[in-house]
Design a protein around this ligand. Structure first.
Ligand SMILES: *[C@@H]1O[C@H](CO)[C@@H](O)[C@H](O)[C@H]1NC(C)=O
Length: 397
């Protein structure tokens, strides 16, 4: 996306510059021919919605490297550990004039001198914030071919966090030029394709590159270029079906956001969906229950604690379906497990009112709704896809 190649200025002897340019071009062509798009990277995941409210992976930074357990987020761009865990050397500081600094700061440029360190403030949808500055260091990356590549990557050093952050920081996987996938791709190692498999039991895996994308059985929908300077994984419009039937909830744009535990719908869509769920629960043995922390809508059984979501299927809770309108028959099925959370013998709704987030697009498909699926983000063909998968089974290559 963003080119980091510096064009030499014709100030010295032209021939030398030309020769160097030619040599560099041949070299980079050669290395691309060897490396371009040939491999993938697989990261095991830990965590789950029920245990940690997040999926985490371990990234290694530095030489010798140090491991950081970070929150996997397809909706934010910057990767960053907390500063007290990662102590940067002075020569790794990224300056304000760096194109990646311009990309991260966007319209909020806060540089007085081109030599200043590149400061940023990143707000998240839950109201939390991280303050930091950009650095560049080596990431030893193990390719599925077996080789380990020392990739110099730009990331953040978060010196001040406001709000709840899980783990040592974040892995930013959105489409912007500073995104982890974008940077690795720009070094010619892998295709700009990635995917994750979030297990409802625990863990799963994340992959970068396209080796694990199945050739058949995937539902694909185009990525919409719309909000946030085209950095999010947005698609749609979708209509919401309840128990397979059409509802008033139509025409939503949805963001695929692995960093959000819950899914979110705009207020009117949320209210309408909640009404349909409550309607279907009338005359059953479930009754409204006390909220549970951030989960404001819960139900309990009139006689006994609820011990499994599987038993909730159909009898009490119906399947929700996101029906993508741009392509016939492309549907994201959300069985009750993809929108309910079992907690303390109660069942709580894992969908919330997205208008509370104050985002440009209030509709998010969070990790809860992507469990037990291979979800793929294909920036080569500009599409997002999914297929059912048992994410406990490690990927075979
Ligand atoms: C909110 O949901 C309604 C359907 O209930 C839909 O018509 C409207 O376009 C949605 N707005 C946004 C911003 O998603």
């Amino acid at each position: 996306m963003e080119s980091k190649t510096l064009i030499p200025k014709p100030t010295m002897v032209m021939m030398v510059v030309l020769q160097v340019a030619l040599y560099t071009a041949v070299q980079s062509h050669l290395s691309q021919a060897i490396l371009q798009d040939t491999s993938s990277i697989v990261f095991p995941l830990s965590g789950s919605i029920h245990t940690h409210w997040a999926y985490m992976t371990t990234i290694n930074i530095g030489k010798p490297h140090k491991p950081f357990k970070v929150h996997v987020d397809t909706a934010s761009e910057l990767t960053w550990p907390k500063e007290h865990l990662y102590k940067p050397k002075t020569d790794s500081i990224v300056k304000c004039e760096d194109p990646l600094c311009v990309a991260i700061q966007g319209k909020e440029r806060n540089c007085e001198n081109p030599d200043d360190r590149c400061e940023y403030v990143i707000p998240f949808s839950d109201g939390s914030k991280t303050h930091g500055y950009l650095v560049r260091d080596i990431f030893p990356i193990r390719l599925t071919t077996g080789s380990i590549i020392d990739s110099p990557l730009v990331f953040g050093c978060g010196y001040k966090q406001i709000g709840a952050f899980r783990g040592a920081g974040m892995l930013g996987l959105s489409r912007g030029p500073v995104g982890f996938l974008s940077q690795i791709h720009s070094q010619g190692l892998i295709k700009q394709v990635m995917g994750h498999c979030l297990s409802s039991q625990e863990g799963g895996f994340l992959f970068l590159g396209d080796d694990l994308v199945p050739h058949t059985g995937v539902s694909w929908t185009p990525i919409t270029n719309n909000y946030h300077e085209d950095r999010d994984y947005l698609s749609g419009p979708v209509d919401l079906l309840f128990d397979g039937k059409a509802t008033q909830v139509t025409g939503l744009k949805v963001d695929f956001d692995s960093g959000s535990a819950l899914s979110w719908l705009n207020q009117s869509a949320y209210q309408h969906t909640l009404d349909l769920i409550n309607q279907a629960l009338k005359k059953t043995k479930l009754k409204p229950a006390e909220p549970e922390g951030e989960l404001s809508v819960c139900w309990s059984h009139k006689k006994k604690p609820i011990i499994s979501l599987d038993k909730m299927n159909n009898k009490y809770f119906k399947k929700l379906t996101l029906s993508f309108k741009n392509i016939p028959n492309v549907k994201l099925e959300l069985p009750p497990q993809a929108y309910l959370i079992l907690i303390k013998g109660k069942v709580c709704l894992g969908i919330d009112d997205g208008d509370k987030l104050g985002l440009q697009n209030p509709n998010l498909i969070g990790a809860i709704s992507m469990q037990d699926k291979l979800v793929m983000y294909d920036n080569v063909n500009h599409r997002i896809g999914w297929a059912s998968r048992d994410c406990k089974i490690p990927p075979m290559l």
